[in-house]
Design a protein around this ligand. Structure first.
Ligand code: AMP
Length: 413
């Protein structure tokens, strides 16, 4: 089954076409700056990638262009749209409605729309992606895969905020988490690498990229995670501040004369590594500057590692121990120096990094010392594959249920 995975942002549309049975990536690309005069489209695999200047007024135009690139031209992946069996959409906020991926129908669309209040940019963009697919591929079944659903297993003591209870009742203010598809994927792969059933493991999974989150997964069930009502909470990130004293918010607003939107912007786009270093949100640039003696870059680097270290400690306490710590995303997979800083000093907790293994490059691998009680594992994340796999499973389940239906596309007709 060929599944088109769509990740629609407010001004972008990322996609991959995957064959699920063969676990093969057939094509990928991105439409950027959709809606502006500088919009462009990148399509193709590695050396075949090409950049196409194309005006895209909206996601509908972008989708038309994506389908054209997938089916024609030098980097086409399939001969016709008939070879795309299903579409999987990444949706950021599934609220309390969705604790798993679902087949998209009008009721699901209405709920995604209703939840847009909790993730305005993301859910509205996803809806544009869904509507564009419905228009261009009306008979192809679609599945919604939510970033939040993996965390619907959190107990109330983890997802509630100590605010007046009425705010939870009125506005559904609680922790929802994010990056759930990534945490689910790396926890499953870590269990496979350890060759142990996931329901016998205590795992701490760390997604450390430009956005950062960390989760406690106890016997295969997520019990806590660092992102909150929104992806601003938790760890220090590239441009996001993560958890801070909440009293800072009204203080800065008053003293700097900022509106709620401006304050939100400051915390989401001007803080984190960028805010502290004044150099970049990119850890590589911050690392280079710190190695040249830039003090603010050194501070940013130290704060980032300390922020991860503190959450590891918290989640060991939450689960009463840990069998393995799993790292992924740009920083987790690639930055040996940051990994060294994070694990320095954790020997008393039975966590020992192997310096040599930490230096080596590779795919899925263990980097803890043989004497370490707790394994440290690197798993490159693959959210697109997880979305394609969920889509495949849901479509198969449906096709199996419908008597006499043999073609996935038939089930929505
Ligand atoms: P992501 O959001 O997963 O794409 O991760 C982006 C972050 O990963 C940026 O801060 C990059 O600086 C960082 N990153 C990517 N490759 C490396 C590398 N080789 N060494 C250090 N940091 C890296």
């Amino acid at each position: 089954m060929n599944v088109l995975v769509i990740n629609a942002g407010s001004s972008s549309l990322k996609y991959q076409l995957l064959n699920v049975e063969r676990q093969e990536l057939l094509a990928k690309g991105i439409c950027e700056r959709v809606g502006s005069a500088e919009s462009f489209h990148k399509h193709g695999l590695d050396e075949n990638e090409r950049v196409i200047d194309a005006h895209m007024a909206d996601h509908d135009d972008a989708m038309a262009l994506v389908l054209e690139s997938l089916t024609s031209g030098p980097a086409k992946a399939v001969d016709s749209l008939a070879e795309i069996d299903a579409v999987g959409h990444r949706i950021v906020q599934g609220g309390k409605y969705f604790d798993r991926s679902v087949l998209i129908d009008e009721d699901v669309v209405a709920k995604i729309d209703e939840l847009a209040e909790l993730a305005p940019l993301h859910n509205k963009a996803a809806l544009m992606g869904i509507r564009a697919c419905q228009k261009h591929m009306p008979d192809v079944p679609m599945v919604a895969v939510f970033d939040t659903s993996f965390f619907q297993t959190l107990p109330p003591k983890a997802y509630m905020y100590p605010l007046p209870y009425e705010l939870y009742e009125k506005y559904a203010i609680r922790k929802y988490g994010a990056h759930g598809t990534s945490h689910r994927y790396i926890s499953e792969r870590a269990a496979a690498v350890l060759d142990e059933p996931i329901d016998e493991l205590k795992l701490i999974t760390c997604h450390l990229g430009n956005g950062c989150s960390i989760s406690a997964i106890d016997h295969g069930v997520a019990v806590d995670t660092s992102m909150g009502l929104t992806p601003l909470d938790g760890l220090m990130m590239g441009t996001r501040c993560g958890a801070i004293d909440p009293a800072i918010v009204p203080f800065v607003m008053e003293h700097e004369g900022l509106s709620p939107a401006e304050m939100n912007d400051l915390m989401n786009k001007k803080s984190g590594l960028l805010g502290i270093s004044g150099i970049s949100n990119d850890l590589r640039s911050v690392r280079d500057a710190s190695e040249k003696g830039d003090e603010r870059a050194m501070l940013a680097y130290d704060m980032y590692s300390n922020s991860v270290k503190k959450y590891i400690g918290q989640y060991i306490a939450v689960m009463g121990g840990v069998d393995a710590i799993v790292l992924t995303a740009g920083v987790g997979e690639n930055c040996e120096k940051m990994r060294r800083l994070i694990f320095t000093g954790l020997q008393p907790l039975g966590i020992i990094l192997d310096e040599e293994k930490n230096r080596q490059r590779g795919f899925e691998r263990e980097i803890s010392a043989d004497s370490s009680q707790v394994k440290i594992i690197i798993i490159p994340t693959n959210e697109e594959y997880m979305i394609a796999r969920d889509t495949y499973e849901i479509i198969h389940e449906r096709v199996g249920m419908e008597d006499g239906v043999h073609d996935a596309a038939e089930i929505l007709m």
